[in-house]
Design a protein around this ligand. Structure first.
Ligand SMILES: Cc1cc2nc3c(=O)[nH]c(=O)nc-3n(C[C@H](O)[C@H](O)[C@H](O)COP(=O)(O)OP(=O)(O)OC[C@H]3O[C@@H](n4cnc5c(N)ncnc54)[C@H](O)[C@@H]3O)c2cc1C
Length: 238
């Protein structure tokens, strides 16, 4: 729920949230931050790679983010924040300081890894870096993984900054979002087959376009395409 009356939030959050403290903040790039939250309440939490958490980013505003991992033994959780600069979530993440007390709702969710797949194809944008780290951490080093992350020109090193062996594809000029990913897909020669699962995330419009390409032109079965929109043009929170 992206918005909630402040009075209701003040009542509900203390009941449901896990209190944590920010212990580490890394500025990976000017608009990319990795933040570590630690709290006893996270110890023993149920976490699956791909699960999301929710932060209260303003008196009435809540936003979703994806832990790269949760260490349920030590109660530590890490999130990679893309600071897109146009909303309260981005501003909140940018203002976080070590020592800050932060309530975390979750983790939970249904977007998870297909552990039966032999080939994992990851496609998304800057908001998905943490998600893709989480999915990859759960796979053996021998896993067959491919994919691309659409970024602004100049941010081609971002997948590498978070340890992802994925291709960065820069957006060019006035082309619609997702076109760089579509071009990558077209040149990849990728075809749907038993054992291949595609994960589409990030910008909602890009997901629609990529999903259509996979299902209608690349022979993917619906069950082999998992998608989760993380943000949409002009929309506040998803
Ligand atoms: C389940 C889930 C998990 C997510 N995990 C992560 C994560 O781990 N890391 C992360 O960085 N983000 C993540 N996101 C995306 C993040 O929640 C959204 O980008 C969210 O809109 C940010 O809130 P905001 O208050 O900054 O902007 P909002 O108030 O939601 O939006 C304000 C304006 O900014 C635009 N906008 C929102 N996001 C972007 C963007 N990325 N680029 C350009 N314009 C944008 C909107 O279209 C709107 O016009 C996740 C989203 C979901 C649903």
């Amino acid at each position: 729920m992206p918005e909630m009356p402040a009075l209701l939030a003040n009542t509900l959050v203390p009941w449901f949230a896990k209190p944590t403290r920010v212990t580490t903040i890394e500025s990976l790039a000017p608009r990319l931050r990795r933040v570590r939250f630690v709290g006893d309440a996270l110890k023993g939490a149920h976490f699956e790679p791909g699960h999301e958490v929710e932060f209260r980013v303003g008196p009435t505003a809540f936003r979703h983010y994806t832990p790269t991992h949760v260490d349920v033994a030590t109660g530590a959780l890490e999130v990679v924040f893309f600071l897109h600069g146009q909303g309260p979530g981005s501003a909140w993440a940018e203002a976080l300081q070590p020592g800050a007390l932060v309530d975390i709702l979750g983790p939970g969710g249904r977007f998870v890894l297909n552990r039966e797949a032999q080939h994992h194809v990851l496609l998304g944008d800057e908001t998905c870096l943490g998600l893709f780290v989480a999915l990859l951490r759960a796979l053996p080093p021998s896993a067959n993984v491919s994919g691309a992350v659409e970024v602004s020109p100049g941010a081609e090193d971002w997948p590498g900054l978070v340890g992802l062996p994925l291709t960065a594809v820069p957006r060019t000029g006035p082309t619609p979002r997702g076109m760089a990913l579509l071009t990558w897909l077209e040149s990849s020669g990728l075809e749907g087959s038993t054992g291949t699962t595609a994960y589409l995330s990030g910008h909602a419009g890009s997901i629609v376009m990529l999903r259509k390409e996979l299902l209608e032109r690349r022979g993917f079965a619906k069950r082999d395409v998992r998608s989760k929109a993380y943000w949409a043009d002009g929309k506040r929170g998803l």
